[in-house]
Write a protein that binds this ligand. Structure first.
Ligand code: 1CP
Length: 342
């Protein structure tokens, strides 16, 4: 088996730097668009056979060192009682917005085996089909980012409703975070029992908060999730989209890997968090539009900076963009394997 990704997560020696790509299954792949012409996004997520099929597409085409389950961080919110739709141009739409105590009280903490069985089935199908070719990563949103979608009722630019709930009803916000923490721990535990070999926890929007507020009102919940998951014996990767100013807080996270967005040079991130962490990242997704020689030079620069960290897993600094040429993505993977050789 190609286990360089798991070995790197655990700081064991590797022959070359492992690489996978955030959102590696998705709209830039013609074979994904072919599946999407016949099925809407939620149907793909909820049909284990289809979810497994699109998960494997980038593994076959790009030669990445890990597969990541095809799903979405918002899938469990439906099981908690919030209606979920994905509209073609608008993105996710979630009910009326969970904006007061009674709406928080109405949320369920679901049993993932009963209400999210399709995700667990997809994981089981994938472990069989991958036959240990590469490891399978499971994932979940973290309470704060899930809360942001639930409170706003969808994507947001200013997070006004979330900010007012945090300011005006501290108890309701804390109780929402509590429920999401319990739900997330159960969901990730079920993914690991079904066969996920590592998990990535996404807190995409944590960077909208000041570090002190993040530390007091979000970080403790993230730690609860990370500790519970780590207790199950698989590596945990933490991602936030704008991590620079949070690094002094994130350096105390009980996780193995910190995924760094493209705004912070990887060696600077390493200096901020110390050698305890393996760092993941962090090529800007736009670099894949550059001529091949420039793309390789940019990858080489990131590999050099990554040598200053406690360990390095190559990735983009955020999700791959829909206009990316799949050939460029394959060239990047090959370049990382070549240039990262030990
Ligand atoms: O039209 C389509 O086919 C749907 C596009 C799409 C895809 C391919 C969405 C809608 N989600 C996904 C898959 C997805 N989302 C994965 C699959 C595994 C992979 O290949 O990486 C993962 C891990 C996610 C995670 C996710 N969804 C995050 C966290 C990571 C990040 O990018 O910051 C977030 C914030 C979402 C919400 C979401 N789902 C989809 C959209 C368009 C959005 C963003 C909405 C917004 O801007 O707020």
């Amino acid at each position: 088996m190609n286990d360089r990704f798991l070995r790197a997560c655990r700081k064991q020696p590797v022959d070359t730097v492992p690489v996978w790509i955030m959102r590696q299954a998705g709209r830039y792949l013609p074979e994904y668009m072919e599946v999407r012409r016949q099925h809407d996004f939620l149907t793909v997520c909820k049909t284990p056979e289809l979810a497994a099929q699109v998960t494997l597409q980038p593994v076959d085409r790009l030669g990445v060192d890990a597969a990541i389950l095809f799903s979405d961080i918002l899938i469990p919110v439906e099981a908690m009682g919030v209606p979920l739709q994905f509209l073609e141009k608008k993105g996710p739409v979630l009910g009326q917005g969970v904006r007061d105590r009674s709406a928080v009280e109405a949320l369920r903490v679901p049993d993932p085996v009963r209400s999210l069985g399709f995700v667990l089935d997809a994981i089981r199908v994938l472990r069989k089909r991958l036959a240990d070719k590469v490891p399978l990563i499971g994932f979940s949103g973290l309470p704060f980012t899930l809360a942001s979608y639930m409170v706003e009722g969808g994507k947001s630019k200013d997070f006004a409703a979330l900010r007012s709930l945090m300011k005006d009803d501290r108890k309701a916000f804390a109780s929402l975070m509590d429920k999401l923490t319990e739900a997330t721990i159960a969901y990730l535990g079920a993914q690991i029992s079904a066969g996920a070999q590592a998990v990535q926890i996404f807190d995409t929007w944590a960077g909208i908060l000041e570090p002190a507020e993040y530390q007091a009102r979000v970080f403790p919940y993230t730690c609860r999730v990370a500790e519970a998951v780590r207790g199950k014996g698989v590596p945990v990767i933490h991602f936030t989209e704008s991590c620079a100013k949070l690094l002094p807080v994130l350096k105390d996270l009980p996780v193995d890997v910190l995924s760094i967005d493209w705004r912070v040079p990887l060696d600077q991130a390493a200096a901020a968090v110390g050698p305890k962490f393996v760092l993941q990242g962090n090529l800007a997704p736009e670099a894949l539009f550059r001529p091949r020689a420039e793309l390789e030079a940019a990858a080489g620069d990131i590999l050099a900076r990554g040598r200053k960290a406690g360990g390095h897993i190559f990735n983009l600094g955020h999700g791959i963009l829909p206009k990316t040429d799949p050939e460029a993505a394959a060239a990047l993977v090959a370049a990382v394997h070549r240039l990262g050789r030990k």
